[in-house]
Design a protein around this ligand. Structure first.
Ligand code: C5P
Length: 405
């Protein structure tokens, strides 16, 4: 009985390996995916075979490796293999292969397979930091994300060439965990499949001068937990983040900003594609009217700063002619219910999550009350990731109801 159940649920992954030194990590990834009970079909580009042998991959997966489109007599290998897959994972993905994907080229078996797919495409880039930051690569990355591909990494750190920076492929264990979460998670489901979620998180930093600034106390943990949970529930997530000491969640597109003005610009740039907007950031309400480019010297007297109000990003998004479904946050130090509901009304939000600032800031656990048109819903005290999932489930059900009306 158990075996039948397992067979019925067995997920099929096409693991595409392209030609970079991180190809050796693909062996470990294949081993972990097989261990997790998945069926792994490896497809390698010609360049990949210079880094790791098809024999190794065949031994680990128990399946012959796909190497070129002429292997199959009927010439339909690309269609069959991609139709049978629950996901295609490219690990490592070289700059060259991502360029091909971004442009829809199909000049070898693996790229053809990607173009012919009707399943999610997960891409784990691996390349030298200079190649990663090259505007051409960044253009291709953005195009891929816009086309719905899920980007896994890259990571920051020491590279095979001896340089240090962005471009390392994520470790096999992390990739395996992510793939498992995306394909197999029975706890989260895929309630957000096909949705694009735009979010803000963290604090903003408003410069006073070259070294000083005004900011809010926010670790970014809640926002990052929501981004991760939304991603696991199948959404494409763009996270506009103020300065935080957190790692970008795997598969989430992070747009790093510093000030509220930059956060506003980034949100305006992405909002037209968003189905849902979640404003978790603790945006500074004020910025210095004229920040000094140089450090202001002490002169024994006081210092008067003129502050001007920052735009309210959430209110702007909620006030658009065709706004995405908007979720706000409110951290209050007192009169939580009264202030939260007032905030929800004034910003015209279908949903607002409120918590007590003194309980929430920097903490790993959180107590949240949700306010919507139907009233309030208390979420039990739990870690931020659990709360994030609960919040998203509630948001998705309201979003879907709204679409049916
Ligand atoms: O600061 P306030 O309590 O009004 O924040 C409530 C909500 O509004 C939060 O979701 C926050 O992210 C958002 N907000 C914003 N832009 C601001 C101020 C707040 O998006 N300038």
């Amino acid at each position: 009985m158990r075996t039948i159940m397992n067979l019925a649920q067995k997920k099929r992954i096409v693991l595409g390996i392209t030609g970079g030194i991180a190809a050796y990590k693909a062996a470990e990834l294949a081993r972990l995916l097989v261990k997790q009970g998945m069926e792994v079909q490896v497809a390698m580009t010609d360049a990949a075979t210079h880094f790791i042998t098809p024999t190794t991959m065949q031994a680990l997966t128990g399946q012959p490796v796909l190497l070129n489109q002429w292997q199959d007599e009927k010439g339909m290998l690309h269609i069959q293999s991609s139709r049978a897959a629950d996901a295609i994972v490219i690990a490592p993905a070289t700059a060259d292969f991502m360029a091909k994907l971004a442009h829809g080229l199909a000049d070898d078996l693996l790229s053809t397979l990607c173009l012919a797919r009707n399943c999610p495409l997960l891409v784990a880039p691996a390349m030298n930091r200079q190649m990663w930051s090259n505007p051409a690569t960044q253009r291709n990355v953005h195009q891929l994300v816009r086309d719905g591909a899920v980007l896994l990494g890259p990571d920051d750190g020491l590279q095979a060439c001896g340089e240090e920076g962005m471009g390392r492929m994520l470790e096999a264990e992390m990739l395996a965990q992510y793939i498992q979460a995306m394909l197999g998670s029975s706890t989260t489901g895929h309630a957000m499949q096909g949705m694009h979620v735009l979010m803000t998180a963290g604090p903003t930093y408003e410069a006073i001068d070259a070294v000083r600034g005004i900011t809010n106390r926010s670790s970014g943990k809640m926002g990052y937990a929501i981004a991760e949970a939304a991603q696991e529930m199948g959404a494409r997530v763009t996270l506009v983040s103020g300065p935080v000491a957190l790692k970008a969640p795997v598969g989430v597109q992070v747009v790093a900003v510093t000030s509220a003005a930059e956060m506003f610009e980034a949100v305006k740039q992405h909002v037209s594609q968003a189905d849902m907007f979640i404003g978790v950031a603790a945006v500074a309400d004020y910025r210095v009217a004229e920040p000094s480019a140089q450090k202001i010297k002490k002169d024994g007297h006081g210092l008067t700063l003129q502050l001007v109000q920052n735009p309210d990003i959430l209110a702007y998004v909620a006030g658009l002619p065709e706004p995405p479904f908007c979720v706000g946050f409110a951290a209050e130090s007192e009169k939580l219910r009264e202030y939260a509901e007032r905030k929800r009304q004034s910003k015209k939000l279908p949903l607002l999550a409120a918590n007590l600032a003194q309980q929430a800031i920097g903490a790993d656990q959180n107590e949240i009350i949700l306010f919507d048109d139907a009233g309030e819903h208390q979420l039990p005290r739990a870690d931020k990731k659990t709360q994030a999932r609960e919040l998203l489930r509630h948001a998705v059900s309201l979003y879907q109801k709204g679409k049916m009306q």
